[in-house]
Design a protein around this ligand. Structure first.
Ligand code: VGL
Ligand code: ZN
Length: 198
């Protein structure tokens, strides 16, 4: 039986990092922090899940087809690959989202694994009670995922392992406030190491 705790790494992909099509300032900096959590979760035999934005070339999510964003994370392109600084263990469960050309969706709870199992089923089947969430972007996918997660799980938001798009200044801060208000608990690597939560 695996631990009741799981780590959800949201969309740490090249296109959301400096140099990418939808770059988030310092997006790549989350990798070093997340690597520490990954090591701790692997030691605990806890699930490590990585979500990815995985869009078809034509989707209403992209500006050229009526959506809000420049093209990014197009399936099987280098921009859609996980950032190389992120050390994902071989047993990582990868879930993909954003494949529907007619939808503009953000939450990792709309993602499915290679066998089309939705994230919620994967977590339930593994007996997960607690989800620790970090990644990109704070004000979009992280926020949507955390708000969905709170309906079913205890959630820790890894506030030093997230970065936001901040189209309007302050969006990320607002998103963090909203997640905490909805019931997410804040966790930083410093607190995690100090409390040696196991
Ligand atoms: C995201 C904007 C567009 C995200 C995805 O993963 O936060 N943001 N697509
Ligand atoms: Zn997207």
């Amino acid at each position: 039986m695996s631990a009741p705790r799981a780590l959800l790494i949201v969309d740490v992909q090249n296109d959301f990092c400096p140099g990418g099509a939808l770059a988030v300032v310092d997006g790549d900096k989350v990798a070093a922090v997340l690597n520490k959590y990954i090591a701790a979760f692997v030691k605990q035999d806890a699930l490590v899940i990585a979500s990815r934005d995985w869009h078809p070339r034509k989707t209403k999510h992209f500006k050229e087809f009526g959506g809000p964003w420049p093209a990014h994370c197009v399936q099987n392109t280098p921009g859609a690959a996980f950032h190389p600084a992120l050390k994902l263990p071989a047993r990582t469960i990868v879930v993909s989202k954003g494949m529907d050309p007619d939808k503009d969706s953000y939450s990792a709870f709309q993602a499915v694994d290679g066998r089309r199992r939705p994230l919620r089923d994967i977590l339930k089947d593994a007996g997960v009670k607690e989800l620790w969430v970090g990644g990109l972007a704070t004000d979009y996918c992280v926020k949507a995922s955390v708000l969905d997660a709170l309906k079913h799980f205890k959630v820790y938001l890894l506030t030093d392992a997230i970065r936001g798009v901040d189209i309007n200044p302050g969006d990320s801060k607002k998103a963090i406030d909203e997640m905490l208000k909805a019931g997410a608990r804040e966790m930083t690597l410093e607190n995690f190491s100090r409390k040696r939560i196991t």
